[in-house]
Design a protein around this ligand. Sequence first.
Ligand code: FPP
Length: 225
Amino acid sequence: MDGNGRWARERGLPREAGHLEGMKAVRETVEGAGRAGVGILTLFAFSTENWKRPAREIGALMDVLRSFAARECENLVRERVEVRVLGELDRLDAESLAAVRRIVDRTRGGDRLLLNLLISYGAREEIARAARALAREVREGLLDPAEIDVRRFARELYTRDLPDPDLLIRTSGEHRVSNFMLWQIAYAELYITPVYWPDFTRENLFAAILDYQRRERRFGRVLAG
Ligand code: FPP
């Protein structure tokens, strides 16, 4: 969800205003995904690298997160959206952690859309964490290193029970993946739009999905016929 800062700067507003406006685009996208029949929507809300931003901006982002959890919780329950949160949550302050836990608990069992929020998330950290978990099992004699293949490794990731993403949308025109699900996006289709995140609408989401539908996915193979 990139471009909040630039959106704000172009309007002479503080960066925090961009994050606040970004919350509206989250609502748009959740509704759009539901309408388009998307089963899983993953939003990269806060990266491990974002902890290096000024304290004031981190505080503002946590405020936005808490207000999203408070404002949207009942809407999401009604819309049968299940929220999951993936990342190093022990780095969150107590209040933000409680807000996040509450929305996860309240929305559990929603069967229309799974909304993954990546918070305090970094793909390299996720992969290192998986390696540590496997190493511990080996050390305890519970796992033979020869059994560690792609499937076994993937079971240690936050996404253990989820399919890989089909489509990765990057807003604000940047051509990079910025530590987003590096393992899981091996064969994801990339869609880059110049639209800043706060301006992202459901029409933008539908355009990305239509573009995706025209792609030919080969997963490294040749297609028959
Ligand atoms: C990147 O834009 C965006 C973020 C670091 C925060 C994204 C968070 C939200 C949209 C808040 C709402 C989300 C939820 C799930 C409640 P940037 O600040 O790097 O923008 P810039 O590249 O233009 O400076």
